[in-house]
Unconditional design. Sequence first.
Length: 478
Amino acid sequence: MLIDSSEEWDLVVIGAGSAGYVGAVRAAELGMRVLVLDPGDLGGTCLHHGCIPTKALLEIAGRLRLGMESDPSGVTFSRPEIDPDRMRAFRTSTVDRLARGISSLFKTHGVTYRKARGRLDGPGRVLQEGAVPLSLKAKNILLATGSRPKELPGLPFGEHTVLSSSGLLRQDSYSGRFAIIGGGAIGCEFAEILSAFGCETFLFERESRLLPTEDQDLGPALERELVFHGVSVRTGVSRIGLSLEEETGRSGCLIEGHSAAGEFSVTVDKVLVAIGRVPVTDGLGLDSVGLSPGAGGSLPVGARGETGISGLYAAGDLAGGLLLAHKASRQAVVAVETMAGLSPAPCDPLRVPRVVYTHPEVVSIGLSREEAEKSGRSCREGRFPLLANGRSLTMGQRRGFVKVLSDPGTGAILGMHGIGPHLSEMMGGIALAMGVPEGLFRLAETVFPHPTVSEAIHEAVLAGGGTLHRTPISDGKG
């Protein structure tokens, strides 16, 4: 029986992930009465099945590396041992603490959260599903349902032999032989994790290099690091076949194909499919308002999340583009502030940092040189090797580089790309500099602490022409 509820909300958010909960809190700050519906857990994929548990494993992987590889500083460790129970408790407690933090934010700001599925039920209405479905009125609706791992055609996730990233994170321990299909950020991060845990790891990528959507120097540099850590990497895979088989009384998978290096055939215990993610639109009721997904399954939206239906917005992975938690959060804030009658600056995808949290980290923001030149923009590149950076050398990190791309005429920063330790912590500053006129010259005038890895950015800026022109910074006195 459907109950036509008398409840009226200023905003109903469908989804409690990075876009949903951040948008809900911002709406409450702006005085809206907010309801969040999600049948899952607060924090969504990023907190429970993605960013946070993966980075916890990557930190553990980094510590394992310290004990397994020779240290040029002269410090030696006994071979590290893993306590699966404590490791699991560490991951769980980290996720739980952050989830409690979101719950506390909701209570502080008066956001109502219901662990229930929501779907559109016509313009300005949301159906709260459950034993007793409720039809709710909403002045505004924010769709933030996120995405899920993409399956290989004809090879669904059984989460036993063929795993999604979520399924792999649910494993209690990691051992045996693993194949990873997909050499993007997710595939490369799990390759590092599995190899550090002692798994024989094979990484397959269809394109000619890992991280194929990033600057052309980053993928080969990361491949060298992964190979150094024992990962078998195959790129340029033009044909691949997977067949499940029973071998010695247990499940396994035979993988055969052709790559740039020739034919290959390996048998593994488990396969991680990491070929991307698809937006979640199932059961969302889009047809009730006359909407349908566009290319790639995402929902076409305007610069501030507008769907074309009055009062209906979308943010995060559902809105397409970069599938990143921090982009999702910013998009949600822009959408909510637009609902409130403000005029926020749209989320600029060129100023959204992208990070692969391997050791060393791989970072990107803005355009690559190839993208800039393809778009007809002049581009100057400044590059600096970490081999000449004092802090990197004291850390035993001799490999890596930073490159900064700029417009030679205006000094605008077009992009920054690099591979090295701790680079992710500096990307917010680069994003800020990209929004500043003559950002290259402003960075050239900035004092960086010594010794730090961040000095490599400064040196790349100087190498890229940061000292060729200086415009005095106004002191505000006219």
